[in-house]
Design a protein around this ligand. Structure first.
Ligand SMILES: [Fe+2]
Ligand SMILES: [Fe+2]
Length: 269
């Protein structure tokens, strides 16, 4: 049997948001940010995941790697609005993971987060020696498609609508993929991954295709709570990553998940 090989799918680190990942002690141009309790929890779990992972062939960071200027809340929840600082923190966070993988690739996230026009992802890509796969000599674009060990992957940040009824979105994606591939020559994908909604889901088709929506590395944001309500924002949040393994028996898709820590309730005397 040939040795099992692995790819890690990461998304939505949101480095630069007080709800996202950040490295303790990291010096940015305005000083040092003291991590919230939730950010410490995120960082510890991220590191323990990196430590527990096997040697990887590849890592894909599927968008919202940085948080940008936090426009939904007028910048109130930025650690720093500087894309260069946020990119530097993301680089620091991802360095240990980069050491475990042969290659790393970046995908564009939501425009307002990933500073798509400003080139922050290109800075991260260059520093971490990622693959320069995108058109125009860039490190990232909307859709990453590749064949790895006989399986074709199609990876994009945006999921589309669905949210609570995400299983419907998974079935729709299976159906749309079949139509797009047979009618309009989109390359047949064995694995389709999207992110953006910070909530994990997935499912096989009878034909052996897997559609996965990736978990995130961020907490429930004020914006999410405003849009969805606090119960739904907590119910649908998944922190973690997706590990894809290919061996002679086929493809396995594992959800790595960290249930949120208990929240303390303020007592008023
Ligand atoms: Fe996101
Ligand atoms: Fe997004």
């Amino acid at each position: 049997m040939t040795k099992a090989a692995h790819i890690l799918l990461l998304a939505d680190l949101h480095c630069g948001s007080v709800f996202g990942t950040w490295v303790p002690g990291f010096q940015h141009s305005d000083g040092e940010h003291k991590l919230t309790g939730f950010q410490q929890w995120l960082y510890q779990n991220f590191n323990s995941m990196v430590g527990a992972l096997p040697k990887l062939d590849g890592v894909v960071c599927n968008g919202d790697t940085i948080d940008g200027k936090n426009p939904y809340s007028g910048g109130r929840y930025c650690i720093t609005p500087e894309p260069a600082d946020q990119a530097a923190a993301a680089i620091e966070l991802l360095k240990p993971l980069r050491k475990k993988t042969k290659w790393m690739r970046l995908v564009d996230g939501t425009d307002c987060h990933d500073d798509t026009a400003g080139g922050a992802l290109d800075v991260i890509g260059a520093e971490l020696k990622c693959d320069k796969w995108a058109p125009g000599n860039h490190y990232s674009a909307q859709v990453l498609s590749f064949d790895w060990r006989g399986k074709v992957f199609n990876i994009q940040h945006h999921t589309g609508n669905g949210l609570l009824y995400i299983s419907g979105e998974i079935s729709k994606k299976h159906m749309m993929a079949s139509i797009a591939e047979s009618d309009n020559n989109l390359p047949r994908a064995d694995l389709i991954a999207t992110a953006h909604i910070h909530s994990a889901s997935g499912g096989w088709s009878g034909g052996g295709r897997y559609v996965v929506v990736q978990p995130c590395w961020a907490g429930p944001t004020n914006h999410a709570i405003k849009v969805m309500g606090v119960q739904r924002a907590y119910a649908l949040l998944t922190v973690g990553a997706v590990l894809v393994t290919v061996d002679d028996l086929g493809m396995a898709v594992k959800l790595i998940r960290y249930p949120l820590p208990p929240l303390s309730v303020e007592k008023i005397e």
